[in-house]
Design a protein around this ligand. Structure first.
Ligand code: UDP
Length: 538
C-alpha cells in the first residue's frame, strides 16, 4: 500500500515547503460538532501518537475557530452516529517550525475522506452508518470522486463486509493500523473529515430507547440512487421484472432461527402460488443475495441486520419481519422505518410470536448471545416470566438479548393471516404508477372584494390563479385551502375549496379587516406554501 500511495507522483520538496510555509488550512460546514464536516489542506497524523496534527503558520486558517470549545466535547463526530463519545474527532496543535524536529512527513497525494466505521461486522450498521453516509458525503464534495481514498480510523480490522466499502472508490481503503506501515508522520494534501448524517433514519438508543430519528431527511429516491450505484459496481443488471415472480426467505443459521423453515417456505409458496427460495449470509455470496432480492416480490426474515437488504427490493415489494416471543415490533423499527420511507414504495408487515410454546430460549449461553445465567436468581425468574421486554437503552440489556436470541417456530396460519390483511392478491411489483410527490407552488394574483349589506352582514369574494407549476403537471386532484382570520384574532376559519374563487358570507362582519391565507393542495396530502397574506377590509 505504501507503494500504491507514492504512485501518484508529487514533488516532495514542494509539498514539504508548502506545509512549512502555509501550515494547515481548515474550513468546515456545520454549526455544531454533530453536523460538522471539515475540509483540510495539509492535515497531518502521527502514527506513533495516534493523533491528528494541525500546524500553525502565517497562512494557516481554522474555521470555525472555537478556542477551547473545540473540546466541548469535540470538533466533530467522526462516524455518522450522533454525538457518540467514542467517535469524536480532534487534533493537537503545533507551530509549523516544530516540523524541523519531527520525522520526515510522508505525503498522501489522494484526496482523502477520513471517518470512523461504527460497527463493520453488522450489516445494518454497515449500510446505515457507513456506506450510505460515505456515499452521500462523497456526493456533497466534488473532489471526493472515485479517485478519492477512504481512511477508516475506528481501529477495527477489515471486518466481514470490507468488499462493500471497496466499492465506493477505486482506491483501496486504508485502516488505522495500516497507516503505521506508511510512515511516522503522514500529511494529507487534501482531506475531508467526518460523515454526513443526512441519510440516517434510525437512532440506536444510546440516550433514549431506540427508534426512528426525529427529523428524517432522506427519501426512497436517494436510497435507490445509492443501491443503483452499488448494483452497478457489483455488476448486477437491473432487469425489469420480466421473469418469474418469487418470494425470498432470508434466514439466519447461527441464532434467532426459524425452526420450521421448510414448512414456512412450503406454506408461502402454496399461499401465494410463487416459487419461494431461502438465502443466508453464511451460504450465499453478497452479490447473489442482492441479485435475488432486487427482483423479489416479498422478503420474509427474522428481525435482524440482514433485513437492511430490503433496500435492494424493487418498488411495490413486501417486507415481512418476524419477531420472537416478548419482543414488541413497535419498539424495534429500523427496518419498518426504512421500508416506509416516503418513496421507498414497499409494503411492511410485522409478525410476532405470541405463543410461549413456540419459542426456544437459551438462558445458559454467554451474556452477549442472550444468556442470563450470570444474573441473580430472582432477576432470571422475572425475565423468564415476563411477556414483553420493556423499552430499554442500548446495548447490553440482558432481558432484550435473552429474548432477541430466541429461536421461533413460526405459527404458519397466524403469519399467513397477518400477511393477508395487507397483501390481498399477489405480492410484488405493481405496474408502477408515477406517484411522484411534487408539491404545488404558491397560488398567484390573489384578490378580494368586499360588499356590505346593512349594518350586520357582509360578504368577501376571494379569487386567485393556479400555482405556476400546475400547468406543466398532471395532478389527480387539486384543492385549495383558505384561512380567514379576523385581524388581531388568534383563530381562523379554514375552508377546503375546489375552485379558484369563493364568496364567504358566514361570520363575515362589516367594517372589519380580514387576513386571507391561501394555499394549494395536490392529491390530498401534498400541501403547498401559503401565498402572501391578503388584507381585505369589509
Ligand atoms: N448474522 C447472520 N446469521 C446469523 C446471525 C447473525 O447472518 O445466524 C449476521 C447478522 O445479519 C448481522 C451480524 O451477523 O449482520 C451480527 O448479528 P447480530 O445478531 O449480532 O445483530 P442483529 O442481526 O441483531 O442486528
Amino acid at each position: 500500500q505504501a507503494q500504491e500511495l507514492s504512485e501518484a507522483q508529487i514533488d516532495y520538496h514542494a509539498a514539504l515547503q508548502a506545509l512549512v510555509e502555509n501550515g494547515t488550512r481548515m474550513v468546515c460546514t456545520g454549526r455544531m460538532h454533530t453536523d460538522r464536516i471539515c475540509r483540510f489542506e495539509s492535515l497531518c497524523y502521527s502514527t506513533e501518537a495516534e493523533e491528528f496534527i494541525y500546524f500553525h503558520s502565517n497562512s494557516s486558517v481554522m474555521l470555525p475557530n472555537l478556542g477551547s470549545r473545540r473540546f466541548q466535547p469535540a470538533l466533530l463526530d467522526l462516524s455518522s452516529v450522533e454525538d457518540h463519545n467514542t467517535q469524536y474527532f480532534n487534533f493537537v496543535e503545533l507551530p509549523a517550525a516544530a516540523l524541523k524536529f519531527m520525522p520526515k512527513p510522508v505525503f498522501v497525494p489522494d484526496v482523502a475522506l477520513i471517518a470512523n466505521r461504527f460497527n463493520p461486522d453488522n450489516l445494518m450498521h454497515v449500510f446505515h452508518d457507513d456506506l450510505l453516509p460515505i456515499y452521500y458525503t462523497m456526493q456533497q464534495f466534488s473532489d471526493l470522486d472515485l479517485e478519492a481514498r477512504l481512511f477508516f480510523m475506528e481501529g477495527w480490522n477489515e471486518g466481514v463486509h470490507f468488499d462493500l466499502y471497496k466499492l465506493l472508490s477505486n482506491k483501496q481503503p486504508l485502516l488505522r493500523e495500516e497507516l503505521k506501515t506508511l510512515g511516522r508522520l503522514l500529511c494529507f494534501t487534501k482531506s475531508y473529515v467526518g460523515l454526513s448524517k443526512i441519510t440516517t433514519w434510525y437512532q440506536y438508543g444510546f440516550v433514549q430507547p431506540q427508534g426512528p430519528k426525529a427529523n428524517i431527511l432522506v427519501s426512497g429516491n436517494e436510497i435507490r440512487q445509492f443501491t443503483k450505484f452499488m448494483m452497478q459496481k457489483l455488476n448486477i443488471s437491473m432487469e425489469e421484472s420480466s421473469s418469474e415472480e418469487y418470494i425470498v426467505v432470508f434466514s439466519r443459521t447461527i441464532n434467532r432461527l426459524i425452526l420450521n423453515e421448510a414448512e414456512l417456505i412450503l406454506a408461502l409458496a402454496q399461499e401465494f402460488q410463487m416459487k419461494t427460495i431461502s438465502v443466508s449470509l453464511e451460504e450465499h455470496s453478497f452479490s447473489d443475495i442482492v441479485r435475488l432480492i432486487s427482483n423479489a416480490s416479498m422478503l420474509v426474515s427474522m428481525h435482524g441486520a440482514q433485513l437492511v437488504m430490503s433496500l435492494f427490493l424493487p418498488r411495490g415489494a413486501t417486507v415481512v419481519e418476524l419477531f420472537p416471543y416478548a419482543i414488541n415490533p413497535e419498539h424495534y423499527t429500523p427496518y419498518k422505518t426504512l421500508a416506509t420511507l416516503p418513496g421507498m414504495d414497499l409494503q411492511y408487515i410485522a409478525w410476532q410470536n405470541t405463543d410461549r410454546e413456540d419459542t426456544v430460549t437459551y438462558p445458559d449461553r454467554p451474556w452477549d448471545q442472550g444468556g442470563i445465567a450470570h444474573l441473580d436468581k430472582a432477576e432470571q425468574e422475572r425475565i423468564m416470566k415476563s411477556t414483553e421486554v420493556p423499552r430499554h437503552l442500548c446495548c447490553r440489556n440482558p432481558e432484550w438479548l435473552f429474548r432477541a436470541y430466541q429461536d421461533t417456530k413460526v405459527n404458519i396460519p397466524s403469519l399467513i393471516h397477518v400477511i393477508r390483511q395487507t397483501v390481498k392478491f399477489k405480492p410484488g411489483p405493481k405496474k408502477h404508477k408515477w406517484s411522484g410527490s411534487l408539491y404545488p407552488g404558491k397560488v398567484r394574483d390573489a384578490k378580494c372584494q368586499a360588499s356590505v349589506q346593512g349594518t350586520s352582514e357582509a360578504k368577501l369574494a376571494v379569487s386567485w390563479q393556479i400555482p405556476w407549476n400546475l400547468r406543466y403537471l398532471k395532478v389527480r386532484e387539486v384543492k385549495y385551502e383558505v384561512w380567514i382570520q379576523e385581524q388581531g384574532e388568534n383563530t381562523y376559519m379554514p375552508y377546503i375549496l375546489s375552485h379558484q374563487n369563493h364568496t364567504f358570507s358566514e361570520n363575515i362582519k362589516p367594517f372589519t379587516i380580514y387576513l386571507v391565507w391561501i394555499r394549494c393542495i395536490f392529491n390530498k396530502n401534498l400541501l403547498g406554501p401559503f401565498a402572501d397574506v391578503l388584507l381585505c377590509s369589509t
